[in-house]
Ligand binder design. Structure first.
Ligand code: HDE
Length: 719
């Protein structure tokens, strides 16, 4: 730390406090005012007589209430709803060939990080499972200063130029006259804007896909979205796209579950992250980079500066260069998660911007919005935002200033403080912007190379599996079905027709649109170099383990405790979490062993779990069969494609729902023990079925035949 001009006078203040140590320990755990005055009565305000008026001189009451009155700060204008965790990042091998960033060189160094996940449109108290993009913001506290990678879980964005961002967000947020709907794009103003913004079509495909309703924030990818630059020690630059690849795989909910969860557990994702970290199941992602040589800037059939385009992984592979681990929950939500301030302009030497016009506009916005949200220019001093390396400069004063800087010199150059703090040349770690050549006219024109809005939307659609396509159709039917203005619905269907005719026809059918009008003027669509990119489909993500998955065990009185305990230990040995669900809390006994019920059927719906097991005895199964809640639970699990296992006695339960239990016709993902079957082989098959995440190729249950076509179609495959 700079002793001439640093903030070491804080040390002086601390010393003063240390000399008060004996007195401090006397105060001990006392309740005090903010001035440290011990409070004798925190139950009654000061009054003139026992029934008399409250006195203005009651400084204890006034301080307490005044502070309370000011406890709320403005929520983030977007990404207001979120949760965060601490952890660390380690690079696998030195990246010196591409970047001089120090935290990307030494595999032995653990760089501390703070990561916040968020939805975009909803307010701070909105439900976690809204259909939305998820923010994925990472603050690296590096030895060279803070570096923020402020990304999303979708690799592209709605718009190409930041000047459209306020319009996009005004259209997506609740409508301003009646503040309806909360945390949802299913309303007229959003789709009105989109119907006039064809550059959004690629992002629309992603947001209508299951990517927008993740199973867990621990099971979603992250993307830097914008193109950045890496710069090595010789000053050589490469373009880079950043990726986060979750080690638990990429998994989603289905829309019906997301809607149920919004009511049953609005904190579903927040709770999931918190509980996983508390249980020591630390979520992990690998940092991936797609590196593009500067010489290859123009070799693609899209512009790499256009944030509505991705670079298919098949064209430029994602190189995994390090690992992020989240291992500590915040101590205080407000102080950390709410006050953290991310900014894509927080760079360290070795990383730089590209000219992506969306990124360039973002660079202005973050600090600007944080100045008002966090109450002035000193929020970098809040513990969660402070760099871990020393920082000094001549900035002074302002609201909320904490550092007590000594001396009279607050300018540079100076002689009175021997020139401190001093500039640092780039060779010794000073940040120098990449000297990109710029020689052009000042214009407000979108580059022609940004002109193809549909090819990658089609590429995404073509790359999806059949169930994923069904879910997209159903999501569009849901969203556009909520739009009241027919013209907006029709324009959207015409735009979808440019993405894919079948897609448009299916959506149109649900909306009762008979004729699809051609787009005017006609759309100029490039023939992309690829038909499909398998990496874009979640169906191709490796599914081979069940770590941290939540399995429900349905049980009633005289349940076969042995079967429960054996299944529990098989699943837990494979890394899953199990919960016993019953009609009531309490314990259940089969005469020899007793097991505890963790949750009731009414408090924990099937949507919270990844799979369900129905053990015997016959009596327990009979009791469950008489419960509407239990039948609903398993029927939902079946409908949502989840793995279901039963002992031989449990077959009856499946039969009651209309699930075929004949050996040759058992639906995929349903495992039934035969009379002689040992539970261990059931457990093995069950684990494999859970690992597959969902089983879509199941026949529709007779009990569901009456449910709306759109739900059935979305959830099941016709074949
Ligand atoms: Fe943001 N964005 N954004 N954004 N963004 C904010 O900054 C903005 C964009 C992203 O957990 C705000 O402190 C503009 C893309 C995340 O605290 C604000 C544009 C991507 C978060 C802002 C974009 C993001 C934000 C609101 C278009 C993915 C939450 C509160 C040019 C790469 C960070 C705040 C957190 C937050 C502006 C587009 C990611 C208003 C102008 C693209 C993850 O400054």
């Amino acid at each position: 730390m700079n002793t001439k001009n640093g903030n070491n006078s804080l040390k002086g203040a601390l010393n003063k406090i240390e000399s008060l140590e004996p007195f401090r320990s006397q105060i001990g755990e006392s309740l005090t005012t903010n001035q440290g005055v011990r409070i004798a009565d925190n139950q009654n305000s000061l009054k003139g007589g026992t029934r008399g008026p409250t006195l203005l001189e009651d400084f204890i009451l006034r301080e307490k209430i005044t502070h309370f009155d000011h406890e709320r700060i403005p929520e983030r204008v977007v990404h207001a709803r979120g949760e965060a965790a601490h952890g660390y990042f380690q690079v696998y091998e030195p990246m010196a060939q591409y970047t001089k960033a120090k935290f990307l060189q030494d595999p032995a160094i653990k760089t501390p990080v703070f990561v916040r996940f968020s939805t975009v449109a909803g307010s701070r108290g909105s439900a976690d499972t809204a259909r939305d993009v998820r923010g994925f913001a990472v603050k690296f506290y590096t030895e060279e200063g803070n570096y923020d990678l402020v990304g999303n879980n979708i690799p592209v964005f709605f718009i190409q130029d930041a000047i459209k961002f306020p319009d996009l967000i005004h259209a997506a947020k609740p409508e301003p006259n009646n503040e309806i709907p909360q945390a949802a794009t299913a309303h007229d103003t959003f789709w009105d804007f989109i119907s006039k913004t064809p550059e959004a079509m690629h992002m629309i495909m992603w947001i209508m896909s299951d990517r927008a309703i993740p199973r867990s924030h621990r099971m979603m990818e992250g993307f830097g979205v914008n193109t950045f630059r890496l710069i090595n020690a010789d000053g050589k630059a490469s373009f880079v796209k950043f990726h986060w690849k979750p080690l638990l795989g990429v998994h989603s909910l289905v829309w019906e579950e997301a809607q149920q969860l919004a009511g049953k557990d609005a904190d579903f994702h927040r709770r999931d992250l918190w509980e996983a970290i508390e249980a020591g199941d630390y979520p992990e992602w690998e940092l991936g980079v797609q590196i593009i040589d500067e010489a290859d800037e123009f070799k693609f059939d899209f512009d790499i500066l256009d944030a509505t385009k991705l670079i298919p992984e098949e064209l430029v592979p994602v190189k995994r260069i390090g690992k992020l681990t989240l291992n500590r929950n915040p101590d205080n939500f407000f102080a950390e998660t709410e006050q953290v301030a991310f900014h894509p302009g927080h760079l360290v030497p070795g990383i730089d911007f590209s000219n992506d016009p969306l990124l360039q506009g973002r660079l202005f916005s973050y600090l600007d919005t944080q100045l008002i949200r966090l109450g002035g220019p000193n929020f970098h001093e809040l513990p969660i935002n402070r760099p871990i390396c020393p920082f000094h400069n001549n900035q002074r004063d302002g609201f909320g200033r904490q550092t007590i800087v000594r001396g009279r010199v607050a300018y540079e150059p100076n002689t009175l403080a021997d020139g401190f703090p001093k500039e640092v040349p780039p060779e010794r770690g000073g940040f120098a912007s990449y000297p990109e050549k710029i020689n052009d006219s000042k214009i407000r024109i979108r580059s022609e190379s940004f002109g193809d809005h549909y090819s990658q939307a089609t590429l995404f659609w073509n790359s999806q599996s059949e169930p994923e396509k069904k879910h997209i159709v159903s999501a569009l039917q849901f969203e556009l079905g909520k739009v009241e203005e027919p013209l907006i619905r029709e324009r959207l269907v015409s735009m979808l027709n440019e993405v894919d005719e079948q897609l448009a026809a299916q959506v149109a059918a649900g909306l009762g649109i008979k004729t699809i009008a051609p787009m005017e003027p006609a759309v100029a669509k490039k023939k992309g170099s690829m038909e499909a990119s398998p990496a874009l489909s979640m169906a191709h993500i490796v599914k081979n383990e069940i770590k941290t998955r939540k399995i429900a065990i349905l049980a009633a009185e005289s349940v076969d405790a042995e079967a429960v305990l054996n299944m529990k230990s098989a699943l837990e040995n494979a890394g899953a979490k199990t919960k016993v669900i019953g009609s009531n809390l309490g314990t259940l006994s089969d005469g020899s062993k007793t097991i505890a019920v963790d949750h009731t059927l009414v408090s924990m719906p099937s949507a919270v779990f990844d799979a369900v097991f129905i053990p015997g005895s016959k009596h327990s199964v009979d009791l469950l069969m008489a419960s509407d809640d239990a039948l609903q639970f398993v029927s939902d699990a079946y409908k949502h494609g989840k793995a279901i296992a039963t002992t031989a006695e449990g077959q009856e339960f499946l039969l009651k729902l209309g699930i075929n239990t004949e050996k040759t016709s058992i639906p995929p993902g349903v495992i039934i023990a035969d009379e002689t079957g040992a539970l261990s082989s059931v457990a093995e098959d069950f684990i494999t079925a859970i690992a597959s995440h969902r089983h879509w190729d199941r026949p529709v249950l007779a009990t569901l035949q009456g449910s709306p076509n759109s739900i059935r179609a979305a959830l099941q495959r016709d074949d």
